[in-house]
Write a protein that binds this ligand. Structure first.
Ligand code: SF4
Length: 320
């Protein structure tokens, strides 16, 4: 039985405006918001993931909680099996007790990091899960792994609860964000969200004795085929408006899903020369902290959410 105190964050969902879509729907009664999500714990998978950046995965991996649906709906989504709201799927709603049992069973194996993946439309649930697991006497490192389509005030409400922010920074081109993610305001929203995360954490990643992150921010950027200029604009913004000392994870892992096979530029994987241009710009801007994926290892990063353990095929293969 959940206490009234524990349930408090759910109240926000009665007139939901927790993300920049500001749908103002009652998620206690319907799933009519853009994220098509209600007030339950809609979780596609709770599993150990070893394919994140080395300071996140560590030697044992991170316990990732993958929420279903998404507030952004990118047409090329690499996790489309669980994020696309147009795909009819059985309810993934699970009870809080079961979530706590599954997460603490993983923590009992020596893993000390829990990641919320695609949490922007489930922030009240995130707060409740954190509190419920803390109530059991566990105090892992909490990671917020987001598309960055987050409201600053929602992020402020997580200050003190989240230890490590892992935001994507997808676009600085509003036409691109409008056509690929139905969010022309993404560049402004994400920039403000990441600045807020940076305000909370600063440029330094604090490491444990075992070299895993205890506090900090790592910005991820996925380079899209044919969109080198967008990537360069993202990197310039980070270097010039946030900090050249911030940690960046540059990703080459884009692959075309069935949905974009006929798209004018998303139909193919990234060319080596495109990726190299982005790498060159990164160096020119003095962005020297973080990780870059090797373009040769692209296929290694594809999860399969039709499997019981979507990431079992992964090794820790990010490069410093
Ligand atoms: S979380 Fe969902 S319902 Fe709430 S504002 Fe965002 S998209 Fe709309």
């Amino acid at each position: 039985m959940l206490s009234d105190e524990l349930l408090k964050p759910f109240e926000e969902l009665k007139d939901c405006a927790i993300c920049p879509r500001e749908c103002h729907v009652n998620r206690w009664e319907s799933t009519k918001g853009i994220c098509r999500s209600d007030n339950s714990f809609n979780i596609a998978s709770i599993c150990i993931h070893k394919g994140e950046e080395p300071v996140i995965s560590g030697p044992l991996g991170i316990c990732n909680i993958f929420f279903t649906n998404c507030n952004l709906q990118c047409i090329y989504c690499q996790n489309h099996q669980i994020s696309d709201v147009a795909i009819p799927r059985a309810s993934f709603s699970i009870k809080l007790d079961k979530i706590v049992d599954e997460v603490t069973a993983i923590l009992d194996r020596g893993i000390n990091m829990v990641g919320f993946v695609s949490p922007s439309h489930f922030v009240p649930q995130v707060k409740i899960i954190i509190q419920a697991i803390r109530n059991k006497g566990y105090n892992p490192i909490w990671v917020y792994n987001t598309n960055s389509y987050d409201k600053v005030e929602t992020l402020k409400s997580l200050e003190g609860s989240i230890d490590v922010y892992l935001p994507d920074f997808k676009y600085m081109d509003p036409l691109l964000s409008r056509s690929l993610s139905k969010a022309g305001d993404y560049p402004d929203v994400a920039a403000a969200a990441i600045r807020e995360m940076y305000r909370q954490k600063g440029p330094v990643i604090h490491l444990s004795d075992g070299n895993t992150a205890e506090s900090g921010i790592i910005i991820r950027h996925l380079v899209l085929p044919g969109q080198v200029q967008n990537s360069i604009r993202v990197l310039r913004y980070i270097a010039e408006e946030i900090s050249p000392k911030i940690h960046i994870s540059l990703m080459s892992q884009y692959y075309p899903t069935a949905k974009v096979m006929d798209h004018s530029f998303l139909y193919r994987e990234l060319y080596k020369k495109e990726y190299q241009k982005v790498l060159d710009e990164m160096e020119k801007l003095g962005l020297e902290y973080g990780w870059v994926q090797s373009i040769e290892s692209t296929a290694n990063y594809r999860p399969d959410f039709d499997r019981e353990h979507p990431f079992d095929q992964f090794n820790d293969n990010s490069s410093a």
